[in-house]
Write a protein that binds this ligand. Structure first.
Ligand SMILES: C[S@@+](CC[C@H](N)C(=O)[O-])C[C@H]1O[C@@H](n2cnc3c(N)ncnc32)[C@H](O)[C@@H]1O
Length: 275
């Protein structure tokens, strides 16, 4: 665990949110593995970060449920290869347990090593994984080496990552994916630029952003107003977008009272080729 850097350590924080779902009256998703990655220090951090704006944690719940929903839909539509990019302690390959679908984690070596160690201690075999900094390697080549078929459709789940990555590196990375994988969809979450720039005009959002960065010792550096610039800079096509709060309103019976700024946490799907 001591080898895991600050961005890697954010994976513990998300597991700390997911582990609480089992205690909810209206659970939106199942992740019985999350608690294996959480300790009291992480629980305290989760409480501290969301002390001012508990609705922020609701948005992360909706995010988990949304990505589950995307995976379910895609599998129902015939998708057979799913890459969990910046996977952290995502356990969907085990939660979904589908023999017909090939899953592959991608994350930093130290994160995947720790994940494997925890799973093996519980007698669970980790899913295939590619240890790397995905911004620095030829990811399509690595996926092919790991046995994925670059000529068949691929779904890439990119959850809780974009905000940590410099904008230009995101464009370069997505361009390399477009050049190397003929048919894929990449689903991701992102903040509106105003959250990153502290210009929402909402003191609670700014306080929560500051609390997250100070507690986790990381910076959120990139946000997008919408998907237009991503389409322009990558040649990918936007096929879906929306706010996590709107999704939450559809699926969660216990959704908090609406405040306009809750719409500043969004998701999108970009597609290449026929996927
Ligand atoms: C906030 S966590 C999200 C983890 C998981 N997707 C989830 O939602 O629970 C961010 C994860 O992305 C990984 N990550 C971020 N940038 C990365 C990069 N360039 N290469 C590999 N992994 C990266 C981090 O190591 C960390 O595990």
């Amino acid at each position: 665990m001591s080898d895991i850097n600050e961005v890697g350590a954010t994976a513990f924080f998300v597991a700390g949110i997911r582990e609480q779902e089992k205690d909810r009256e209206h659970a939106l998703f199942r992740d019985p593995y999350a608690e294996w990655f959480v300790n009291d220090d992480i629980r305290t951090k989760v409480r501290q970060v969301f002390a001012v704006l508990p609705e922020g944690m609701e948005l992360v719940r909706y995010r988990s449920a949304l990505f589950d929903d995307i995976i379910r839909r895609e599998i129902a539509g015939g998708m057979r290869q799913i890459v969990i990019l910046g996977s952290g302690f995502d356990m969907r390959p085990h939660v979904f347990q589908n023999e017909d679908v090939r899953f592959c984690d991608v994350d930093q070596a130290a994160v995947l090593a720790f994940k494997s160690q925890v799973l093996e201690a519980h007698g669970v075999t980790p899913c295939a994984g590619i240890p790397c900094n995905y911004l620095e390697v030829d990811l399509p080549a690595k996926l092919a080496e790991a046995g994925l078929d670059l000529d068949a459709p691929m779904l890439i789940i990119w959850e809780g990552n974009t905000m940590y990555l410099p904008e230009d590196l995101i464009y370069g990375f997505l361009n390399r994916l477009r050049e190397g994988i003929p048919s894929f969809r990449i689903a991701f979450d992102f903040f509106d630029k105003s959250v990153i720039d502290r210009t929402t005009g909402d003191d609670d959002i700014t306080a929560t952003t500051d609390a997250f960065e100070n507690t986790l010792k990381v910076k959120w550096v990139t946000g997008f107003d919408d998907l237009t610039v991503l389409e322009e800079r990558t040649g990918l096509k936007a096929v879906e977008s929306g706010s996590l709060f709107e999704f939450g309103k559809r699926v969660a019976p216990d959704v908090p009272t609406e405040i306009p700024e809750l719409h500043l946490y969004l998701h999108g799907i970009l597609a290449n080729g026929a996927a």
